[in-house]
Design a protein around this ligand. Structure first.
Ligand code: 7RM
Length: 636
């Protein structure tokens, strides 16, 4: 039996049982057999969820880049580590070998050092999806500096808040970025942000769009000349397993964003382990995750997890709709992608368009399809399965969070039978629990509740940067001795998990607890509907009533709106019951979304409740214009 590579269902059950019965032996063996440590640990695990304090591989020493790059050089030096696919298909793709990646990372690391960056310093990376992004992340890790990547679609306020929270010394950015047919003035945004960031000493600027930018003497410098002059060797800084590797901000429903802190050893072990199993990566495969590295999915499953396995990972600069809606499939065909990992929001956007965009490309290289970020509704699942996977590629619906560092609940393809909308089974080492309103664990099957995790896993975030109290309050206070995910889930007759959404997305209508996700699923099955979001608003009689925001497909646009409203409610009545009917239905052209495609329901709740005084933190919105439109056309 292999702990590291699970190939069939029986093996999964064996490995899972071992991981629960003897977690320390289990993770100790995985860590010892598959990674390079400069010094072994004193303890595999020490933990106390009441403090909370979690330590994996304490006393061990390593450098994660040595594991992701150096150790592959002998056997995989000329293998492609990163395939970089530019925004425009006219521009040539880059194939960066492990040898070249080593050289690039070392040079960049030496530049960081020459600018006074030392172990433990925070470096903010605000870059588009160009090779410098992956390289700078790894360069920080090379010298033990803590990277804080901020998605390059965020505003200057979002950027400055994050820089100040982590007290960053440096920003790495670009003159600008290409996004579809648009260019974005990144350096301008950085300049604006830095007006209130006193901790920043230097700014390194990568050249991407060759625009005219302002260079502030003594602070800003072009990156390339520095790299050209840098030494191509840089010994890795050997760090403790529990030293921070990076900070990544996640926006909560209230308050300022939380800087989740991940450490080196456990994060490396868990992301590598899950990458191998969930994508069943084989030596010559080409793997592509379409996320941005500014999101945890990109950190764990574009950079660290794949590279720790010596994989070839694709990094795409552009968007799925440019130059047309076939771009994803063109890239799959061009690079013969074997594993493809994307978000339901992208799938739904593509499913709205003509099928020719898919069918004209050869997708026969595909072996595994992945989904992440939100529950994948049944319609999107089938579209993905039928048209992209041609019913021969298992879909891994992967549930996890920024805080969990790696995938927690997911099928193992070709082992776990999949069912649409089910994330299925916990991965080895993950012990889920469902909790009821009285904070009691609900045992048995065919139950639903709040999803918690009972036992630590190696890549759990260790704290919130600068605010351990908030870490404790948010994740460890609701239920004794448990990590609370904030999500609701159900467990079916065979023990499969289905994530039903954030628990704050439950609305009590006339005393009935209604999850909004299943109602949205029901609506989305209407042939004229592309996407929808349901929220509650105060109602004199029912306590709360339901308000629906609905985006129509092209076919719906010309239809009579009143009839559509009736049909939508009819659809809900059939799927869930008349109690879940919507009192108000507003047709909109878009929904307010975060960078990773999650609908910001908090904003919609405020709009539906006529509470426009304070919409909260909207700095991470990708499409702020939509908010104005939705407010203007709100139904009273
Ligand atoms: C990886 C990521 C985390 C939240 C999480 C869920 C939701 C993510 C799924 C999902 C249902 C999934 N990190 N979520 N994946 N819900 N099925 N497969 O998304 O920190 O940005 O978000 O996303 O609510 O708590 S995240």
């Amino acid at each position: 039996m292999s702990n590291y590579h699970i190939k069939h269902l029986e093996e999964y059950f064996q490995v899972y049982r071992k991981s629960v019965r003897e977690p320390e032996n289990f993770w100790g063996e995985v860590a010892e057999e598959h990674f390079l440590w400069r010094k072994k640990w004193d303890n595999v695990l020490q933990w106390d969820f009441t403090k909370p304090e979690i330590k994996w591989f304490e006393g061990a020493k390593l450098n994660i880049t040595e594991n992701c790059i150096d150790r592959h050089l002998r056997t995989r030096g000329d293998k492609t580590a990163i395939i970089w696919e530019p925004n425009s298909p006219e521009e040539e793709a880059l194939h960066i070998t492990y040898k070249e990646l080593h050289e690039r990372v070392c040079k960049f690391a030496n530049v960081l050092k020459s600018k006074g960056i030392e172990k433990g310093d925070r470096v903010c990376i605000y870059l588009p999806m160009i090779p410098e992004l992956a390289v700078s992340v790894l360069a920080c890790a090379r010298i033990g500096a803590i990277h804080s990547v901020v998605f390059a679609g965020f505003s200057s306020t979002a950027l400055s808040t994050r820089i100040n929270d982590a007290d960053c010394k440096m920003v790495i950015t670009a003159d600008g970025s290409f996004r579809g047919s648009k260019t974005i003035d990144l350096k301008g945004i950085v300049d604006e942000a830095l007006e209130d960031c006193p901790s920043i000493e230097s700014v390194l600027v990568a050249k991407r769009i060759a625009s005219d930018i302002s260079i502030k003497e003594g602070r800003d410098e072009w990156l390339q000349p520095l790299l050209d002059a840098a030494d191509a060797n840089c010994e890795p800084e050997i760090v403790d397993a529990e030293d921070p590797l990076f900070i990544l901000y996640t926006s909560g429903s209230t308050g300022k964003p939380k800087g989740m802190v991940h450490t080196s050893g456990g994060y490396m072990v868990y992301t590598a382990y899950t990458f191998k199993n969930i994508f069943q990566y084989k030596e010559d495969d080409v793997y592509w995750c379409t996320a941005d590295i500014g999101w945890i999915t990109g950190h764990s499953y574009i950079v660290y997890g794949p590279l720790a396995n010596g994989a070839t990972t694709v990094m795409f600069e552009g968007v799925p709709s440019y130059p047309d809606f076939g771009r994803f499939w063109e890239i799959v065909d061009k690079h013969k992608v074997n594993q493809f990992y994307t978000a339901p929001t992208a799938i739904r956007a593509l499913a709205k368009n003509n099928l020719d965009f898919v069918t004209k490309h050869d997708l026969s290289s595909l072996k595994v399809l992945g989904s992440v970020g939100e529950p994948i509704n049944e319609e999107a699942w089938h579209w993905y399965n039928d048209n992209v996977g041609k019913s021969r590629c298992p879909i891994v619906d992967t549930w996890w969070q920024t805080e969990t560092g790696g995938i927690m609940i997911s099928p193992i393809p070709y082992a776990t039978p999949t069912i649409p909308t089910y994330a299925t089974l916990p991965l080895p080492g993950i012990q889920p629990a469902l909790m009821d309103e009285n904070a009691k664990e609900i045992k048995g099957n065919l139950v639903d509740g709040r999803l918690c995790i009972k036992f630590p896993w190696p890549s759990i975030a260790r704290t919130i940067w600068g605010n351990h109290e908030r870490y404790k309050d948010t994740y460890f206070s609701a239920y004794e001795n448990m990590y609370f995910t904030g999500d609701g889930a159900l467990r079916d007759a065979v023990g499969y998990y289905r994530i039903t959404g954030r628990v704050d997305d439950v609305v009590i209508v006339s005393g009935h607890n209604l999850g909004t996700a299943p109602i949205e699923d029901a609506i989305n099955e209407h042939p004229a509907v592309a996407e929808s979001a349901i929220v509650g608003y105060p109602h004199d009689v029912k306590g709360n009533a339901l308000y629906g925001f609905v985006i129509l497909k092209e076919v719906g646009e010309t239809r009579d709106r009143e009839n559509l409203r009736k049909e939508i409610n009819q659809q809900i009545t059939e799927h869930i019951g008349p109690i879940a009917k919507l009192d108000k239905i507003q047709f909109v052209s878009g929904l307010p979304k975060t960078r990773s495609g999650k609908i910001m329901r908090r904003i919609l709740r405020k709009i539906a409740s006529n509470d426009l005084s304070n919409l909260g933190d909207t700095s991470t919105l990708l499409n702020p214009d939509v908010v104005d439109e939705v407010i203007k056309e709100k139904i009273d």
